[in-house]
Design a protein around this ligand. Structure first.
Ligand SMILES: Nc1ncnc2c1ncn2[C@@H]1O[C@H](COP(=O)(O)OP(=O)(O)OP(=O)(O)O)[C@@H](O)[C@H]1O
Ligand SMILES: [Mg+2]
Length: 383
């Protein structure tokens, strides 16, 4: 009768078709139980309960173990990796998100944050998304401000997102083909969302794992103000994300923004750059007022040793369009604020490499490139 070690060795031939590695190497063999009568029970841990490759594992494990001498029966059971085990697996894979998640086809994730509220994160996120789409990039926006969501209004999209045949939530599409997802689509208008702790974690995880984002060059994540739960959760879920900091020009704001930079570095998120918003106001006669002071963005960028990606002036149309539901860069690309944001978009395109996260050449040369895995079905959206 084989020992547990021998069975584990035999299980090395069972390959996870999505992760292209043995379930032994991936640490997915939860338990091996050898009975005196030659019966063997193996429990395999899956990344998600609804894992579509369950049958594959069942057959492959039964075959591998059944071939061993003395084995009279093979029982294959399943359970699901807990959050900690999943992140351990992610670490072992050397990547942030599991390829079976829809985010496997998202090249770059950019979180837009600030130390405090009302500095224009959401306005900048929406316009930046539209500007990147205008540059021919495939863009999604995740409104991670679960309490004060404003992205649906800024894009003029509303309604309940449809669910695909694969039981994935489909983002709504806004002007320019920008894919938008927000908690605002799932709650009554203006209803207060009071999620905290595990619920919050679950909601954000669903937005990342259960939404069929498809192939995106950029997923912009509009963070709530501050450095609270959402930012920490996202940093944990998205270790590959980069951080963009929005600040206003006055030194006090810069100090507050610095806190969010500290948070980003504490959780190991790389800061991609700083955007200074509300950088002066130019009157129709050409007179310029530095309403919120000067130079804070540059100072913060210097301090963090990252680029200042742009200085967006205060303009009335930027605010009006945010309220009207079509980003200003779409309706009036020549407005001073729109121009500044388009410049930021070009800077982002320049600093973010074109990544092919899933299309890594498999052993056997470039012809053997593995196809991008389809997103797998999970539980239905919160509703
Ligand atoms: N450069 C600008 N010119 C004119 N109005 C602006 C500018 N930037 C932002 N606004 C306006 O300021 C208000 C606050 O902006 P926004 O909601 O984008 O900030 P926020 O940082 O996302 O806020 P919160 O922290 O509440 O999420 C909005 O009414 C927006 O239209
Ligand atoms: Mg906002």
């Amino acid at each position: 009768m084989p020992s547990s070690e021998q069975i584990l060795k035999a299980l090395e031939v069972v390959i996870d078709p999505e992760l292209h590695k043995s379930i032994v190497e991936l640490g997915m063999v939860r338990s091996i139980d050898v009975q005196p009568d030659g019966g063997v029970d193996v429990v395999v841990s899956l990344t998600t309960a609804g894992c579509p490759i369950r049958n594959h594992f069942e057959t492959a494990v039964a075959e591998a173990v059944g071939a061993l001498e003395g084995v009279t029966r093979v029982g294959v059971g399943f359970d699901v990796l807990n959050a900690q085990e999943k992140s351990e697996l992610q670490r072992r894979l050397g990547r942030g998100s599991l390829p079976e998640g829809a985010l496997a086809r998202v090249s770059n994730i950019i979180c837009v944050g600030s130390g405090k509220g009302g500095v224009g994160k959401s306005t900048i996120t929406a316009n930046l998304a539209a500007a990147l789409a205008g540059e021919g990039r495939r863009v999604g926006v995740l409104d991670a401000d679960v309490w004060g969501y404003s992205i649906p209004r800024m894009f003029g999209v509303a309604g309940r997102p449809p669910v695909s045949a694969e039981r994935k939530i489909l983002p709504l599409e806004a002007a320019g083909g920008v894919k938008v997802m927000s908690i605002g689509f799932f709650v009554e208008e203006d209803a207060a969302v009071v999620w905290r702790g595990p619920m919050l974690h679950k909601a954000l995880t669903q937005f990342l794992e259960d939404v069929d984002w498809g192939e995106l060059d950029f997923l912009l994540v509009d963070l709530p103000p501050g450095t609270g739960d959402v930012s920490m959760t996202l940093a944990q879920l998205l270790p590959q994300a980069k951080f963009l900091i929005v600040t206003t020009p006055q030194p006090a704001a810069q100090r507050v923004a610095r806190r969010s930079a500290d948070m980003a570095s504490k959780v190991d998120l790389e800061i991609a750059g700083v955007i200074e918003n509300m950088a002066g106001f130019v009157t129709p006669s050409g007179e310029r007022f530095a309403i919120f002071g000067e130079g804070g963005g540059q100072e913060l960028a210097d301090e963090l040793d990252v680029p200042l990606l742009g200085r967006v002036p205060l303009t009335m149309p930027l605010r009006e369009q945010a309220d009207a539901g079509v980003p200003l860069v779409v309706t009036n690309p020549d407005d001073a604020a729109a121009q500044a944001i388009r410049q930021v978009a070009r800077g982002i395109v320049a600093i973010f490499p074109v990544q092919l996260p899933v299309l890594q050449p498999a052993a056997g040369g470039p012809e053997a490139i593995a196809p991008a895995p389809e997103p797998s079905g999970m539980t239905l959206p919160m509703a």
